[in-house]
Design a protein around this ligand. Structure first.
Ligand SMILES: *Cc1c(COP(=O)(O)O)cnc(C)c1O
Length: 512
């Protein structure tokens, strides 16, 4: 080799060594950054944000929400993706000013809006613990302590329903996943070789109520059933009309249509009404086919919390006759997102929902299969959300959680009482849970479409004012106002403040 080329090779080697040293130093620096974030002191700026939020919303002073357009907020966030680190305290400050300042404050007692909770504080803190340990729930070997815990918590819940040791289930991301999974299991029951051969020409039908959550028809779409295989039973007083169900099931049987499942709702989204589960279970038994009684799935995503309250539990009478139940602890048990559950009367039903082999994950046969949750779930990597459910149960107990459920319902009842004698606001149903729909009937406005438009304006202006937050929906074809009480802090004085706030805003809307 010539001197020149030896020099070039040496220079290249030196450059390579230098680059390697730089890369090693960058990795050391990055790892040191991580280590510097592992103490409570480092975490404090983030934890303080939570403490401040709880404190600021406690008194009910200050706005529930701001009303900046998404463009204004998006503009604040435009910048190149950060290459250099920032101090965690600076990031926390920015999070507070650029983002959390415009978050909807669900912990504010005047937030009486959507079906999302002001979460139980003990569960909020637990979320960090779940992230720290990051046990994935697919297979037992990845979560040796938490997999048995999930089995235990599910057993508590299935006991509450009134099922025996054959029952089982899985945590889910929410009611949508729980219902999809239940219906997949029901589909495999109705069409046993569906996983291998598809539905072909033999698609079964799915029966649900007019007020079923859209998760049900969405599941039908995902499963490839086709909308024309979803039979919708009309409601009477916001509940599934049981006589109409009886008639439709008779017609379907006469036609030789296989009914894959009947979906009942316990705590329906619009009004919080509970379907008559005993009557529906009777019909599922009476219209049995050669697979046995029709599969009854109860969507108790919202109303499942009533099982914890002795006063409200009777609304779920008959739930033990369901074959599968969706129940979201992140709804009326007030857990933070996400905590959903699918519960089945017979655990082996769930093993049929996903008849898939994955030899690199799931041990074939043997004991491992019974513990592993992966085969029962759509998710692979799955967060150990069951830990916060367990912590909430340990910290508060079912007595307190049941008392909280009853309190949320009592607040809807209080609004009902206030509006029953009101001049211009009218409750549209007896509250069966923590939800109430009500109408605004401004004097002299008789055109229903004009009333719809005014109702939407009233809601928008009230929410925009920052003094409270409610929702609206369409009920029996008309725009109506709606509250869902999901915050333990909301009490009678806040319900009264809601009424006076709406009255004041209504007067302004009418003045134009
Ligand atoms: C919220 C809700 C769902 C959907 O559950 P997610 O947790 O949002 O997926 C389904 N059914 C009912 C009755 C619900 O209230």
């Amino acid at each position: 080799m010539s001197d020149a080329s030896q020099d070039a090779a040496r220079a290249a080697a030196a450059a390579q060594a230098e680059a390697a040293a730089k890369a090693a130093q960058a990795a050391l620096d990055a790892r040191a950054l991580l280590e510097s974030d592992t103490t409570i002191d480092a975490a404090m700026p983030l934890l303080r944000l939570i403490e401040q939020y709880f404190a600021e919303t406690r008194t009910g002073e200050g706005p529930v929400s701001t009303w900046h357009s998404p463009e204004i907020i998006a503009d604040r966030l435009v910048e190149p993706m950060p290459r250099q680190p920032h101090a965690l305290s600076d990031v926390a400050r920015r999070l507070a000013t650029a983002l959390l300042a415009d978050a909807n404050r669900l912990a504010h007692p005047m937030y009486i809006g959507h079906q999302v909770s002001a979460p139980l504080p003990a569960a909020v803190w637990t979320d960090a613990v779940i992230s720290a340990f990051n046990q994935s729930m697919a297979v037992r070997e990845m979560s040796p302590a938490i997999t048995p815990l999930e089995h235990q918590v599910i057993e508590w819940m299935t006991d509450l329903i009134g099922w025996d040791a054959r029952a089982g289930g899985t945590m889910t991301s929410g009611g949508s996943e729980a219902t999809l999974t239940a219906l997949l299991a029901a589909r495999s029951h109705a069409v046993p070789d569906v996983w291998a051969k598809g539905l072909g020409a033999s698609a079964p039908v799915l029966v649900c109520g007019e007020h079923a959550h859209y998760a049900v028809t969405r599941a039908a779409g995902i499963m490839g059933l086709g909308q024309n295989h979803v039979v919708v039973i009309p409601s009477r007083a916001h509940r599934m009309d049981v006589q109409a169900l009886d008639e439709r099931l008779a017609i379907l049987r006469g036609r030789g249509s296989r009914v894959m499942a009947v979906v009942a709702t316990a705590g329906c989204t619009a009004t919080g009404a509970f379907d008559d589960l005993e009557a529906i279970a009777d019909l599922c038994a009476r219209h049995a086919d050669d697979h046995g009684p029709l599969w009854l799935h109860v969507d108790a995503a919202h109303g499942g919390g009533a099982l914890l309250s002795p006063a409200h539990r009777p609304r779920l009478a008959g739930i033990a006759r369901a074959r599968s139940v969706a129940w979201d602890p992140h709804k009326t048990m007030l857990l933070p997102l996400a905590a959903g559950m699918l519960l089945v009367r017979e655990e082996h039903d769930l093993d049929r929902a996903f008849a898939q082999q994955a030899p690199y994950l799931f041990a074939p046969g043997g004991d491992a299969r019974a513990w592993d949750m992966g085969p029962r779930s759509f998710q692979c990597s799955r967060r150990a959300d069951v830990v916060k459910v367990w912590v909430a149960l340990q910290r508060y107990g079912t007595d307190a959680l049941g008392a909280l459920y009853a309190h949320l319902c009592a607040m809807a009842q209080r609004l009902h009482e206030r509006l029953t004698t009101h001049a211009t606001f009218r409750p549209l149903h007896e509250p069966e849970s923590n939800i109430l729909c009500f109408a605004w009937l401004p004097p002299g406005v008789d055109d229903p479409r004009e009333r719809d438009a005014l109702t939407d304006t009233l809601r928008e202006r009230y929410n925009r004012s920052g003094r409270g937050w409610i929702t609206s929906t369409t009920l029996d074809g008309r725009r109506v106002l709606r509250i869902t009480v999901m915050n333990a802090r909301t009490d009678g004085a806040h319900i009264d403040a809601l009424v006076s706030g709406l009255e004041a805003e209504a007067a302004r809307v009418l003045r134009g």
